[in-house]
Design a protein. Structure first.
Lengths: 274, 332, 290
């Protein structure tokens, strides 16, 4: 039962929440506004009303070939997510539906690989990539991001699969379904929401990963994180264009993030908070 | 056909023995109920027959063929689960059709069988709905429908009514019994509720700690329970057990009298007691009486029998209905 | 709950994930440890050989190392403090009935989805820039001298940017935990005469304890490795003012080409992270037993 709340109290809470929310969101908002300004406007002091030019978006493409890093980001984040799912679905299936005494230990161990700081293995990874010719390739980055996120994918799928009652799979077995039939007709359709949100979170994490993608890529395979980071070197003031590039870089992920915010909590806390 | 034979069936999970050693014969067309308190191994026994668990040792024969190591689907059995285990992403139609699709039946056959089953179970109006949109009783019927279409040699029910409310439980009990009369297929039914066991079974198997305590028809078990466990488990309210001097007078370690086998009087009788709580059910009244030298005794009285808390009453057990047990709890 | 057949199959299906992660864990880590005992500088490839503990001694006696450790701690503790306190306050606010709750939630959560280089560049150029930044404009409007954030308060500036990115994470998780607090419990406490402060102290805070632990531990893992924000804004400077351990190792490895020294630094980073990891695993593991 919801309690009756006085209207006055609700208005005060509303005002406070909106002020805080707008302050937190302001940098993103201001970036979008700046992307619609001309370069002189962008450094002419605070102004929330841009002249509304889309020139910056055009120039980001024509001058800096924006599409290339964008495509790299798409390929790397989608690729690593799909490979991770392909490896993780069977693993999570067996852990959720055929657990042994060691299942919990294996899960914890998988999680522990996630704890290894990237910087601790930067040197060997750099040397391995250099010697195998994987440096600055999309394949190399895809492999690394797959491995980095695999534990989270296994964990998330495991927590979702565990919510599917075992009796339903047994019913399918009684009904004459083979193992393939069980997975194709029963398990997968029931797990679709869980698999979808796992996929979404993984794409977000891979898209925003900014250590390996900056260090292991150069001109060819650089995804958007590396592309944007390259703007940090002082090459004159072109904030409006930088804002346009940044807006394009975060827009798809921001929208995905808004849709997946509820599942996000569970994924990022390994099911510890739901 | 649906003869099922268990020979020396033994089941252990690691060091934990669930079923020490069981022999059981179930003949074709019988309605057999496995009943016992929770944790007695009745569900495990059912799952062993279904093939959802491996036996540790022993043999399971279905219609004479050794099915011990066979996959569940190959055994020709159908199961209705406690949670119904309906496929939530499929319509009622597709739920019922699923086993037929898995058996690669052709479209016309599937359609005919699904519609026939829906007809029998009053589900025709709901065929396009999802399980989530159905009531508990309807879900139960879909689960049964899914079992019927396979025309199995035996049905297995795992506590199918425990998730329903009391009124619906009564109705579904009748429906399942009616179904058994129509199909005449072997049914094995697991429950912890002795009322379900008594009302539905041709044959009751009472289980306790993985052992079969007694096998027999409902009335056999009611009239002549083999030991204290069966005596206490079958019948509601429970049989009254009396030990000590009163039992010794009957040459037994314990005697048992059912509440319905005690005559009550406000003036005279064998045992004198004081009325505690009286539960009025309308047709009957159950009196909980504190009897001197014996303890708490439950007795059934006529619905019109009016006594109050604290009144004195006299009780007389019917001499022919007294059950006698030795020191090991076995009936004499 | 299954038969022998399905169990065997289950083991097989788990194998690829286990084997891959095993390789991923063992190969690079053992290489790091191996190199940490080697003389290996890419600028001087001829001089290779066993170095004993030289790399460790060299790396750990470098004054930059102490500065980096202190900076790392400041970043972790500073960001944790801001995000936990701010997160609890925000979560309590958003848990109130308000108009437009959905939109407010979206606005608050957004910074978390902004990739680190973008976040760093927005703050550096558009918010904190001493000439053209919004904060400078506001200062001038108020008649104050604009602050040159990255020159005067470099570490604080980095902490602010990182905290802005992680505040939504803390808020979202604490809010989720808050919403799982039983409404009847709150009502019972109210019936028992507990006021808002009492309810927060005796009911809400204990209920949030586990979520707070999880937030602290997960953030610590990521905060120990803050990298892109520093690279884009200060590049570790001025001097070593914003160089944390991760950044120092990167500098040693890829700017000084000192493979041995960087590996020795990597080993301590792994050890540090493992100490935190042990606590996190306990917290998560307890949840598994539920």
């Amino acid at each position: 039962m919801a309690r009756a709340v006085s209207t006055r109290r609700k208005w005060i809470a509303t005002a406070a929440a909106w002020v805080v929310a707008l302050v937190i969101f302001f940098p993103i908002f201001y970036m979008v506004v700046t992307s619609l300004k001309t370069e002189p406007e962008a450094i002419a002091g605070i102004s929330l009303i841009p002249s509304g030019t889309f020139e910056n978006y055009v120039e980001v493409q024509t001058q800096r070939d924006y599409f290339k890093p964008f495509l790299n980001s798409v390929i790397i984040s989608l690729g690593s997510t799909l490979i991770a799912l392909l490896i993780a679905i069977p693993a999570a299936w067996s852990m959720a539906f055929s657990p042994t005494r060691r299942t919990k230990d294996i899960l914890m161990w998988m999680l522990s690989t996630k704890m290894m700081p990237a910087v601790g293995v930067l040197v060997p990874m750099f040397l391995i990539f250099r010697d195998t010719g994987l440096l600055d390739t999309r394949i190399g980055l895809t492999v690394v991001l797959t491995l980095i996120n695999l534990p989270i994918v296994v964990w998330m799928l495991y927590t979702y699969f565990r919510e599917i009652p075992g009796e339903i799979l047994e019913a399918a077995r009684m009904d004459g379904a083979t193992l393939m039939g069980e997975i194709v007709y029963v398990l997968t359709p029931m797990a679709v929401p869980g698999i979808a949100s796992t996929m979404l979170l993984n794409i977000i994490l891979a898209w925003n990963e900014a250590f390996w993608s900056i260090r292991l890529s150069a001109a060819n395979a650089a995804p958007l994180t590396a592309f944007i980071a390259s703007f940090s070197s002082p090459q004159g003031l072109f904030w409006a264009k930088l804002s346009a590039a940044s807006t394009l870089a975060i827009a798809p992920i921001l929208i995905m993030g808004w849709f997946s915010q509820r599942q996000l909590v569970r994924g990022l806390t390994f099911g510890a908070v739901k | 056909m649906g003869n099922i034979t268990l020979k020396n069936v033994h089941k252990a999970f690691g060091a934990t023995v669930i079923i020490p050693d069981i022999d059981l014969e179930i003949s074709d067309g019988e309605f057999v109920v496995f009943v016992g308190p929770s944790g007695c191994g009745k569900s495990t026994l059912l799952r062993l027959i279904a093939g959802l668990e491996d036996t540790t040792s022993g043999t399971i024969l279905i219609d004479g063929a050794d099915m011990t190591g066979e996959a569940p689907a190959k055994r020709g059995l159908a199961m209705v689960f406690q949670s119904y285990a309906l496929y939530p992403h499929m319509s009622v139609y597709n739920n019922i059709a699923f086993p037929l699709k898995m058996a690669k039946a052709d479209k016309e056959t599937i359609d005919a069988k699904v519609r026939a089953a829906a007809q029998t179970l009053n589900l025709t109006a709901y065929l396009e709905r999802r399980p989530g949109q159905l009531s508990g009783g309807q879900r139960q019927r879909v689960a049964i429908g899914r079992a019927i279409v396979r025309q199995p040699s035996a049905f297995l029910f795992d506590e199918p009514l425990s998730n329903l409310d009391a009124a619906l439980r009564g109705t579904m009990r009748l429906e399942i019994s009616e179904l058994h009369q129509q199909l005449k297929t072997t049914m094995i039914y697991v429950t912890h509720d002795q009322v379900e066991a008594m009302t539905m079974a041709d044959k009751i198997v009472v289980l306790n700690a993985g052992n079969i305590e007694q096998v027999g028809s409902p009335l056999d078990l009611y009239r002549s329970p083999r030991n204290l466990f069966v005596a206490g488990f079958i019948g509601s309210p429970r049989m009254n057990f009396v030990t000590g001097e009163e039992a010794a007078r009957h040459n037994a370690a314990t005697i048992g009298v059912r509440p319905e086998h005690i005559r009550l009087s406000t003036t005279e009788g064998a045992w004198k007691g004081v009325v505690g709580v009286a539960e009025h059910l309308g047709s009957d009244t159950f009196l909980h009486i504190q009897v001197e030298g014996i303890g708490q005794v439950t007795a059934r009285a006529d619905g019109e029998f009016t006594v109050h808390h604290g009144d004195a009453v006299w009780l007389t057990p019917e001499p022919t209905k007294i059950h006698r047990f030795d020191a090991d709890g076995n009936a004499i | 709950m299954a038969t022998r057949q399905t169990r065997t199959l289950a083991r097989l299906m788990m194998a690829p994930a286990v084997v891959l992660l095993l390789i991923w864990m063992i190969v690079p880590l053992s290489m790091t440890i191996w190199y940490s005992f080697q003389n290996y500088n890419m600028l001087n490839p001829a001089m290779r050989g066993f170095a004993g503990f030289f790399n460790y001694v060299y790396f750990y006696t470098d004054p930059a190392f102490y500065q980096a450790i202190i900076n790392t701690l400041f970043i972790v503790v500073g960001v944790l403090f801001i995000t936990i306190v701010g997160g609890i306050a925000l979560a309590l606010l958003l848990d109130q009935p308000i108009f437009g709750q959905g939109i407010v939630r979206i606005l608050v959560i957004s910074p978390f989805f902004v990739m680190p280089p973008v976040a760093a560049l927005i703050w550096k150029n558009m918010i904190m820039h001493p000439g053209y930044g919004v904060l400078a404009d506001v200062s001038r409007f108020l008649g104050l001298q604009p602050v040159d954030w990255f020159a005067q308060y470099p570490l604080t500036s980095v902490i602010i940017i990182v905290a802005w990115q992680w505040l939504p994470f803390a808020t979202l998780i604490l809010l989720t935990a808050l919403q799982s607090l039983d409404e009847e419990q709150k009502e019972a406490a109210e019936m028992d005469g507990a006021n808002f402060v009492n309810r927060f102290w005796y009911l809400t805070l204990p209920h949030l304890a586990r979520a707070i632990t999880v937030v602290i531990l997960i953030q610590t893992i990521f905060l120990l490795a803050v990298y892109a924000e520093i690279l884009v804004t200060t590049n570790g400077g001025p001097g070593y003012a914003t160089t944390n351990l991760a950044f120092l190792i990167y500098r040693t490895a890829l700017l000084s080409y000192d493979i041995g020294g960087a590996s020795a630094g990597g080993v301590i980073a792994v050890v540090l992270a493992n100490i935190v990891a042990i606590f996190l695993m306990r917290a998560v593991g307890r949840n598994l037993d539920r």
